[in-house]
Design a protein around this ligand. Structure first.
Ligand code: BGC
Length: 464
């Protein structure tokens, strides 16, 4: 399958190797990139870079270094999705609509080489069920072919592909039938999994059934600045009531706005069936999922950390033991009392209101590996900030921690950052900046941040 021949129109200002090097040099000038001239390092061959690397700072051979995106957050105009409908009702739970997002749907053919040129060897992205099956039972070969072209672009640039089949968004028709609360959900989902794997599976290196299926439970414990534990969960219940009325769909449910317990049961069953469906087409394709985790630490008094872990992760860790791998996604720590406590008063907070705590990656990797015994991939980690120097510092400490865990024998095989692009951050709209690449939303011009060059160089060297 050939890569898309769609020419980049002038207003997209495609990145050239020169602009990549300029971005990287800016990082070097700021003294942010270790190892001397960044432009020079970017031009070196992988093997030469690897030889010169200090072995004690090296990561295991074939370690995956990547960036992640999710279709709904970057593609734009995903109008057959439940979230698109939710964005456009009165009192929407979303601060602003996603609109064109990063127009990655059309610009993937420049975004993917940019990622590879930065030094990464892996791309994690999602395929969108609502595009592939926009009406129940009606599959779109044109959309499946779109994702084949995306995968072909990855292969052309030697990227390992981590493909998430469901990253929160779902077809509107499926949501109107009750989403994961519908007893038919596992069958409907596994039919999609089978169809997508038939069309795309030969180019998928790692498949994931679900992104963060434990979120409904996690929200019950989570405290972001300004909300008590469970505060967000209550807001989502209200959103469900609003949505049903506004869409005149009494059974409507979404990933975020739904009954948490029924949603979990449905997701667990759909995961099991979806995995079987994928394997029936491609028995050797590694299948797992991506779990939202926090580095849970006990509060000095009255800690319910064990209860939290059993409630939020328990059934999913059990499911992970039967998988080929587990993707862990972590951004901070939680100090767990009866619920998660608010971040300590003196803590630096990220744009998401979370504590700046990069060591969470180490803690969670150790815990997840011990609990499951399967290979661990960090499939999301990063920070929302407008201060890119803090992002670099975050990566520095996060990776130092990950390296300690690996040196202690923890089986971690990859690190994928969230996110490649500044994207649409769900309820919070476009404000939080997670990207290593900035996006001008008027022109769709991409600008590599110093943190992109910093992390890309670590990836290229496979070494700190
Ligand atoms: C999700 C992403 C999200 C990120 C940052 C994860 O929960 O998988 O979609 O944008 O965290 O909030």
């Amino acid at each position: 399958m050939k890569q898309s021949s769609r020419p980049a129109s002038p207003e997209y200002m495609p990145l050239t190797r020169r602009s990549l090097l300029q971005g990287a040099s800016a990082a070097a000038l700021l003294g942010l990139v270790p190892g001397g001239s960044t432009a020079h390092s970017l031009g070196r061959s992988d093997s030469a870079a690897a030889r010169s690397a200090d072995q004690s700072k090296s990561f295991p051979e074939k370690f995956l270094w990547g960036c992640a995106t999710a279709g709904y957050q970057v593609e734009g105009n995903n109008a057959t999705s439940d979230l698109w409908a939710l964005e456009h009702i009165p009192n929407s739970m979303f601060k602003e609509p996603s609109g064109d997002a990063c127009d990655h749907y059309h610009l993937y053919a420049q975004d993917i080489p940019m990622l590879a040129d930065l030094g990464f060897n892996t791309y994690r992205f999602s395929i969108e069920w609502s595009r592939i099956e926009p009406e129940e039972g009606q599959f779109s070969n044109a959309e499946l072919n779109h994702y084949r072209r995306v995968l072909a672009a990855c292969k052309e640039h030697n990227l390992t592909t981590l493909v998430t089949y469901s990253h929160f968004a779902m077809p509107l028709w499926f949501a109107k039938k009750g989403a994961w609360q519908n007893s038919a959900a596992p069958d409907l989902y596994s039919r999609y999994c089978e169809r997508a794997t038939k069309h795309l599976g030969d180019m998928i290196d790692f498949a994931s059934t679900f992104n963060e299926p434990d979120i409904p439970q996690l929200l019950n414990w989570l405290t972001l600045s300004g909300t008590e534990g469970g505060g967000m969960a209550q807001q989502f219940q209200q959103a469900l009531v609003n949505a049903r009325a506004a869409l005149n769909a009494p059974d409507f449910a979404s990933f975020f706005a739904a009954n948490p317990q029924e949603t979990r049961d449905g997701l667990l069953a759909a995961h099991a069936k979806g995995k079987v469906a994928m394997k029936s087409v491609r028995p050797n394709m590694p299948v797992g999922f991506n779990l939202a985790m926090s580095d849970d630490q006990p509060a000095p008094a009255d800690s319910h950390v064990r209860e939290k872990r059993a409630d939020v992760y328990g059934p999913w860790l059990e499911a992970a033991r039967k998988c080929d791998y587990l993707g862990v996604q972590v951004y901070s720590r939680s100090i767990v009392g009866k619920k998660d406590l608010p971040p300590p008063k003196e803590a630096e907070l990220t744009e998401m209101g979370m504590e700046f705590y990069p060591e969470c990656v180490e803690g969670v990797s150790r815990y997840a590996a011990k609990e499951t015994g399967v290979p661990i991939y960090v499939t999301e980690n990063g920070i929302a900030t407008n201060d890119d120097t803090r992002r670099i510092e975050y990566y520095r400490r996060a990776l130092a921690g990950l390296k300690r865990a690996i040196d202690d024998g923890v089986d971690v095989r990859g690190y994928v950052t969230w996110s490649l692009l500044d994207n649409w951050e769900w309820m919070m709209g476009y404000k939080p900046k997670f990207g290593i690449v900035a996006v001008d939303r008027a022109t769709q011009k991409r600008t590599i941040k110093p943190s992109g060059a910093y992390l890309g160089n670590i990836a290229r060297r496979n070494s700190l």
